[in-house]
Design a protein around this ligand. Sequence first.
Ligand code: MLT
Length: 261
Amino acid sequence: MPLDLPHTELAVSERGSGPAVVLLHGFPLSGAMWAAVEGTLTAGWRVVTPDLAGFGDSPPATGKPSLDRMADDVAALLDRLGLDRVVLAGLSMGGYVAMAFARRHRHRLGALALLDTKAGADAPAARETREEVARAVLAAGGVALRPMLHQVLGKTTRRERPEVVARVRGWLDTAPPEGVAWAQRAMAARPDSFGTLRGLDVPALVLVGDEDELAPVDEARAMAAALPQGDLMVVNGCGHLSAVERPDAVSEGLRGFLAGL
Ligand code: MLT
């Protein structure tokens, strides 16, 4: 699939050496959300953690908002790093980007891990909410995302992990408004990906926090069932941001997945 032009040249951090595993972050965060996981995966692996367009240290996305464009940015990054085929792991929005990558750059995908994400498209009401959020953040900045805090963190984290709550609140407050608005519009436009998953015969892990309210366990189960080689892992005591809330368990799950490839 030819890449859409122009691309956003993504900021990236790398560690380890070996075959590559690429970690795609969720909304409205950056590669920093993988901080407690990436270092645990380096035995035999080159761990590549980009900031998607408009987030972290990457420049803003340009053009019509679309996850295809974000997936093409990732493909262009792989070109830049000399990586032909990779394992992709994406959490939530990162999972949407990974599914778009699977549609557009299938031959470059060796295996796939989808964390706390959904294969279904948005219902019309959800699309409208995204547009409202986009406008609110453009008007008021990241603080307009504060109501998300309760949705993205599981009840166990909200009760028992104040340092995680404070960190995520800080990320929401400082989320870049243009990146947020562009990504909301891109996510609103995403298609249903169940057909993509059904045709994707590569090793696949679907991981979900048992307290995830945004991408619940039933959705994860349906995705694992759609994937010809899909395994399901449910992580206890965390919500939507599993890799931030329970990095120990997520690291263990990803290490086991990588070891089996
Ligand atoms: C995310 O965590 O990336 C978002 O919750 C995804 C979404 O808004 O659908």
